[in-house]
Design a protein around this ligand. Structure first.
Ligand code: CP
Length: 314
């Protein structure tokens, strides 16, 4: 594997999950793999879990880790080809990516979408430019359209907690006061399509995700119908894809609470975090035994460690 910027980069999910499970059982077993190697974590946006879990994963492999909030601490970057750089940008990605490649053996980047310019977001300008100009492997710490490290942790969590061979997994839209990216649901959908699960998406009309990603997946606009017999409820807000970046619904009926969870097969509740309590999900569910959000966040370390291990060994 040369990069991990999309769930599409996974060739063999089963093998990947076996590796993550092995790492989780003994996280320090390969402490020498990353000796004298460095990972650079570059953030254009805030993070708690991704930053700390990736750092922890690197440490578990004996790697050095450099972290930079590029949006506030670095030069403003230019990504366009042939630009006359007489505006705000001081440095071109061509130099920046090559320079960082000399300091790091892996570069990992977080860069959220604009949610205004769909074409630019879908081009994944920041991450794809690093892939193009860096001479070392690149990991997405969440890009404009995908969050593949989160999806790998989600897959590992479902594997660990499933009680039947083919569980029913429901991805449910939930309300939120701010416009959020489609990255987490996009990667989750891609991941569920790779897994042996009975997968349904439920959302209000107008919140359809990119149809090329959801192709072949059942979409149910009635949340109660979708929740019937579910084994896992994965809650997430996203802004409209068609009415790009807009909030077109904030109906609190979609907040996940006891009423909805009682329709399920004693389902486990999942969310990538951070989560807005009593907006996305009620306290009652989040604080209940059904909630997997803490072990799910713990799995971020082992999924990141599996990705770094693959990049260092292949
Ligand atoms: N789930 C997730 O990516 O969390 P952070 O935004 O805190 O990294």
């Amino acid at each position: 594997m040369k990069k991990y910027t999309s769930v599409d980069d996974i060739q063999d999910l089963k093998e990947f999950l076996e590796l993550a499970k092995k790492i989780k059982a003994d996280p320090l077993a390969n402490k020498k793999l990353g000796k004298d190697k460095t990972i650079g974590l570059l953030f254009f946006n805030p993070s708690l879990r991704t930053r700390l879990s990736t750092q922890k994963a690197a440490q578990n492999l004996g790697m050095e880790c450099m972290v930079m909030n590029l949006n506030t601490e670095g030069w403003t970057l230019e990504f366009g080809d042939g630009e006359v750089m007489n505006g705000a940008a001081s440095e071109h990605i061509k130099e920046a990516a090559q320079v960082v490649s000399q300091y790091c053996d892996i570069i990992a980047i977080r860069s959220f979408p604009t949610l205004k310019d769909k074409e630019k977001d879908e081009a994944e300008t920041v991450i794809s430019s690093f892939v193009k100009y860096a001479s070392v492997p690149v990991i997405s710490l969440e890009g404009a359209t995908e969050h593949p490290l989160q999806a790998l942790a989600d897959a590992l969590t479902i594997e660990e907690y499933k009680t039947k061979e083919r569980p029913k997994v429901v991805l449910s839209w939930a309300p939120h006061p701010k416009a959020l990216p489609q990255s987490v649901p996009n990667s989750f959908v891609k991941m569920m399509k790779k897994m042996d699960v009975d997968f349904i998406i439920t959302h209000p009309k107008g919140y359809e995700l990119n149809p090329s990603i959801t192709e072949g997946v059942t979409i149910e606009h009635n949340q109660e119908t979708a929740f019937q017999g579910a084994d896992f409820i994965y809650a997430k807000n996203w802004s409209s894809y068609n009415d790009y970046g807009q909030i077109t619904n904030q109906d609190p009926q979609w907040t996940i609470g006891k009423k909805q969870m009682e329709l399920t097969n004693n389902a486990k509740f999942m969310h990538c975090l951070p989560v807005r309590r009593n907006v996305i999900v009620t306290d009652e569910i989040l604080d209940s035994e059904a909630s997997l959000v803490i072990p799910e966040a713990n799995n971020r370390t082992f999924s990141a460690q599996a990705v770094i291990t693959k990049l260092l060994t292949q």
